[in-house]
Design a protein around this ligand. Structure first.
Ligand code: AMP
Length: 456
């Protein structure tokens, strides 16, 4: 076969890529998160790190790109995620790669690859980052979305399940400084490799006579993967699904005991939950405890998070038998809820990244001292902005106002001669001359004073 010239190969690869000078827009289902919004994202992430850290979790960062086989084998080829939604492509060396649609499989892969099981402890890992699913975009559903998740590997104790759910409730209660408000914890057990086959047989039998009345997806699922029938959202199928036998009635003794201990532990810890026998979750690897948390503050896409146990996942990936449990919070949806709640609870909270101070300089001679002051304030961890062009007093004060600075610090010739700069509190218009070295402490005292007067 004749070899393709590199130039021609490039032309073929970029055949559909427009080279015209038209505006390029973001990809459908992806979003740009702008600084005013990212502020809250960072706070949510910080809260997750703090709460998960208190429960002795450590962060793991796995690649966004993985071999397609990782998800095909674990999530399951009959799930919507793998069958319809993965961004998959053949790499140049003909490896088939996918953008990760979720991270549990990656975490378990990494756990096996680095032989973390050899260290003989329970591993508690958390992650945060983007996931990719080619779904139909709508509010709360994106093609690039973000998850904050945690996994516990190495123990099948029901106390682990209870502790993980307790940690989730702590996080949801504290996140954003105000929590998410009311939510529903739905919980179920989907049994294990020993008792599920028996149940699947019963389920298949129950589906047999009603199959022809169900949607096309369910007709297929009832043969290939009957548990997935419970994922069906088609209204006409719901009456049929409501009459199907549930797995909770078919659990073996061990799974039953496991589930009972989880629920009694939750009761002990004062955690409210709702047993939902038809909750099966969208991935194939789940065993025993499965759960979901929904919020009525969200619209049609009301699940903030989902998770469950996956005691056979490590073996599926060629690793040693290692029980595990985890959850993934949809960060985009969490932010929707927290944003609304935070605005109601604390309208005074500064959600925008406003600087604490704006340094105003008036004339070339003042630029040096003004820059030195800005640097000093920044070294003291205050957020400071300073103009880059010479500007009049009026224009500079206008700018301080526009960016929402709490203080404007005026550095003019007279102030330099006097050895004191004017510090204007934009909240009440009060102005005082303060020695440059004292300005950081002066500003902090003012901010603390304001906070105290608000809480009195
Ligand atoms: P899953 O990995 O499917 O169990 O999903 C866990 C959580 O991730 C869900 O409860 C949602 O909050 C969130 N999630 C899943 N898919 C999307 C998506 N396409 N866009 C936004 N959030 C999503």
């Amino acid at each position: 076969m004749a070899k393709r010239s590199p130039r021609r190969a490039l032309r073929v690869r970029f055949k559909n890529v427009s080279t015209k000078n038209e505006t390029i827009r973001g990809v459908k289902g992806t979003r740009d998160l702008l600084p005013a919004e990212v502020f809250l994202w960072q706070q949510v992430e910080q809260d997750a790190r703090r709460v998960f850290g208190a429960y002795n979790f450590g962060e793991i960062r796995t690649p966004i790109l993985e071999q397609t086989a990782l998800f095909a084998r674990t999530v399951g080829t009959d799930t919507d995620i793998v069958a319809k939604e993965m961004f998959t492509f053949a790499d140049r060396d003909s490896e088939t790669l996918s953008l990760r649609p979720e991270a549990t499989a990656s975490v378990v892969r990494a756990y096996i690859e680095h032989s973390l099981y050899n260290e003989g402890r329970i591993d508690k890992l958390y992650y945060m980052g983007p996931m990719f699913r080619r779904e139909r975009p709508q509010k709360g559903r994106y093609r690039q979305f973000y998850q904050i998740g945690a996994e516990v590997l190495g123990s099948d104790s029901p106390l682990v399940d209870a502790e993980l759910l307790e940690m989730l409730c702590e996080f949801l209660g504290q996140v954003g400084g105000c929590g998410v408000g009311e939510y529903n914890l739905l919980i179920n057990s989907v049994g294990c490799a020993k008792c599920r086959p028996e149940y699947l047989k019963t389920l298949k039998q129950a589906l047999e006579p009603v199959r022809s009345q169900m949607c096309a997806d369910c007709q297929r699922r009832s043969v290939t993967n009957p548990l997935r029938v419970f994922d069906c959202k088609v209204p006409a199928d719901q009456a049929i699904i409501a009459k199907l036998p549930t797995i909770l009635d078919s659990l073996d003794v061990e799974c039953s005991q496991h589930f009972n201990t989880v629920t009694s532990e939750l009761n002990q810890r004062g955690i409210m939950f709702q047993i939902t026998p038809r909750l099966v979750r969208g991935l194939d690897y789940y065993t025993r405890t499965t759960f979901e948390i929904t919020s009525s503050a969200l619209g049609a896409q009301d699940a903030i998070l989902g998770g469950g146990r996956y005691d056979g996942l490590s073996e599926m990936l060629g690793g040693p038998s290692t029980p595990g449990i985890g959850f993934a919070i949809g960060q985009d949806r969490l932010i929707l809820v927290v944003n609304e709640k935070a605005r109601q609870a604390a309208p005074l909270t500064e959600w925008k990244e406003s600087p604490t101070a704006y340094v105003v300089w008036l004339g070339e001679n003042t630029l040096g001292p003004a820059n030195a002051l800005a640097r000093k304030l920044r070294q003291g961890n205050l957020k400071v902005a300073i103009g880059f062009e010479p500007a009049s007093m009026k224009k500079s004060m206008g700018m301080a106002n526009k960016i929402g600075a709490r203080f404007a610090i005026i550095v003019g010739d007279a102030e330099i001669a006097d050895g004191k700069f004017q510090v204007k509190d934009m909240a009440n218009g009060q102005q005082e001359a303060v020695e440059p070295d004292r300005i950081p402490e002066y500003i902090r005292a003012k901010i603390a004073g304001m906070a105290n007067s608000l809480t009195e």
